[in-house]
Design a protein around this ligand. Structure first.
Ligand SMILES: [Zn+2]
Ligand SMILES: [Zn+2]
Length: 308
């Protein structure tokens, strides 16, 4: 593993905060692009079968998103109150979920049931199709609270996928102006979840800027570089890369709180997609675990108890 010490000061190469777009909401083809990236990464990859499975799951998410019914969303008054108080408008842990999120899960499970999958995945799908409403709601509560007790690594991606579709649908249904900045820079301004990774753009108005990527709603929000997303320390920040990699993905670690977050540098590979490339670089997570560092935010498809 290679370790680099910091070479930039926070904000050193960035425009003043007021001129920077602070929030980028997910697009309507998010899951289609994600599926394509999973498919691109899968051949010859040590986790190829897993990535190919996730490509199918992303296809199913796109189908669920495309067929999602119109949702009731917070009105202008609610939006203004949240902006004024610096609260996430669609807070994952306190939001009253519309039952239609489970229709999205039904669509995903039906779509996946028709795919060519290993018998264990088919058994998981059949099992989830039998779980009653309260069981599914409890699983959702646990996933959103990052308490995965009682949820198997096999079940997690399906239920998390449906929750992602629901939150992406809500986020995309509101404009960026609906949301305000939060005091805590490392938390999603849309849903209050933690980021699963960060991305450094290589072109356009966002060139050279770092955005954090929400693990749930896929919104991206600006945070200056060389700053820990967990504790906001700017000291003791180091970057780790896999030996022999092209350094397109680095783990940015913090000595103050011993967490890390992966950063994807689009200048090294413009085709990267945050979820897909995060999951394709789980080897880096294993190395960081050996270094005694833990992830600064979850990837909802990855169960920490799963054997790879
Ligand atoms: Zn979010
Ligand atoms: Zn920290």
């Amino acid at each position: 593993m290679n370790i680099e010490t910091r070479i930039l000061e926070p904000g050193q190469i960035e425009a003043p905060a007021g001129q920077i777009r602070f929030l980028i909401l997910p697009g309507h083809n998010l899951f289609k692009s994600r599926a394509e990236r999973f498919r691109h990464l899968s051949p010859g990859h040590p986790l190829g079968e897993y990535l190919a499975f996730l490509a199918l799951l992303a296809d199913a998410q796109q189908k669920a998103l495309n067929t999602f019914p119109v949702l009731a969303l917070p009105d202008a008054d609610e939006q203004a109150i949240c902006r004024e108080h610096g609260m996430p408008l669609l807070a994952a842990r306190s939001w009253s979920r519309d039952p239609v999120w489970r229709d999205g899960l039904t669509t995903i499970l039906q779509q996946m049931r028709d795919a060519v999958l290993p018998p264990t995945a088919q058994e998981t799908i059949a099992g989830l199709q039998l779980v009653n409403v309260s069981g599914l709601e409890e699983m959702a509560d646990r996933i959103l609270a990052e308490d995965l007790a009682g949820i198997s690594p096999q079940e997690l991606p399906f239920v998390a996928a449906a929750l992602q579709v629901y939150w992406v649908r809500m986020a995309a249904g509101l404009g960026e102006g609906a949301f305000g900045r939060l005091e805590q820079g490392g938390v999603c301004p849309v849903c209050g979840s933690l980021p699963h990774a960060g991305i450094v753009f290589n072109s356009g108005a966002e060139q050279g800027l770092r955005y954090l990527c929400c693990s749930l709603c896929a919104s991206q929000w600006h945070m200056v570089r060389i700053k820990c997303s967990s504790c906001e320390s700017t000291h003791g920040i180091n970057h780790y890369t896999l030996e022999g990699s092209d350094s397109a993905v680095k783990a940015e670690s913090c000595d103050d709180c011993d967490t890390y977050l992966k950063l994807l540098y689009l200048e090294k590979d413009r085709q990267m997609e945050t979820m897909a490339d995060d999951l394709a670089t789980l080897a880096l997570d294993m190395l960081m675990d050996n270094e005694g560092k833990s992830r600064g935010g979850p990837n909802l498809f990855y169960h920490p108890g799963a054997a790879l």
